[in-house]
Design a binder for this molecule. Structure first.
Ligand code: MN
Length: 257
């Protein structure tokens, strides 16, 4: 495994659990951590594709508890990977994100204050520093590109992903914005996915971000909802050794929570 700036390159060995959009749901997070406990091994990996924080469903917001656990796992386990999502990004960029009629960024800060009292700003600063360490994408030897959202338009090659934060954590960093926010069908079509995949040297894309009923296939892309979504909850148990010749092979590796 190699971590080059904003990209993780996974070796062609073992398996990877891909889990999307926890959005402050502690019971789902704990279920996934239990799956990971039984799954982890020196060749196996876990990738959280961002948006671990900010409850959107109206239930209790356990973002801080989840984040504390994510940071702990990340620091202690080499194969525990976390990608940046647009909700984490909002705390780095200072641009608030509004969802479900609520200013989520502001609400998170309010929870921080309730939990950490006068120390909350220092603590938030530590979280922001953690978010800035996170890569934006992972790429597997068998041609799967994993990110919070995708595709990114107008890129030259994989170096544009590796260096995607060079223009700063600001909303007008177009490429960064697209890898965090793009949604089908408003922002891209099936052809855009294929153009992007060719540029980054992959065959398939796996993303979260857009709520779906478990999973949805868009051309060569699989959209997964592991917790916050439209019903069923799915994750991917990606075989890093197997040749993937069609999106159907990827769908065959999807599991239900
Ligand atoms: Mn998102």
């Amino acid at each position: 495994m190699e971590n080059i700036k904003s990209l993780i390159e996974l070796p062609g060995k073992g398996k990877a659990l891909i889990i999307t959009d926890i959005h402050g749901n502690l019971s789902d997070f704990e279920k996934y951590m239990e799956i990971w406990e039984n799954f982890k091994d020196k060749n196996n990996h876990l990738i959280l594709t961002g948006d671990c924080i900010h409850t959107l469903s109206g239930g209790k917001d356990n973002s801080i508890k989840i984040l504390e656990s994510v940071v702990r796992h990340y620091e202690q386990e080499e194969n525990f990977h976390v990608l940046l999502g647009n909700h984490e990004f909002s705390h780095v960029s200072g641009e608030d994100v509004n969802k479900s009629g609520i200013n989520q960024t502001k609400r998170f800060k309010m929870y921080m204050e309730l939990k950490f009292f006068s120390n909350w700003k220092h603590k938030l600063n530590l979280y922001v520093n953690f978010f800035k360490k996170l890569p934006l994408a992972a790429k597997t030897k068998n041609g799967v590109f994993i990110s919070h959202a995708a595709p990114v338009k107008n890129i030259n090659d994989i170096n544009d992903i590796i260096n995607i934060t060079d223009d700063g954590y600001v909303p007008h960093n177009e490429k960064l914005y697209q890898i965090l926010w793009n949604r089908y069908p408003g922002d891209y079509n099936e052809e855009d996915i294929d153009v992007f995949l060719e540029k980054v040297g992959c065959k398939f894309s796996v993303v979260g971000h857009t709520p779906v009923d478990g999973y949805k296939v868009i051309g060569n892309q699989v959209v997964l909802s592991s917790s916050f979504g439209l019903g069923k909850k799915c994750y991917l148990e990606l075989d890093l050794e197997k040749e993937i010749s069609g999106v159907k092979d990827l769908v065959g590796m999807i599991k239900y929570l």
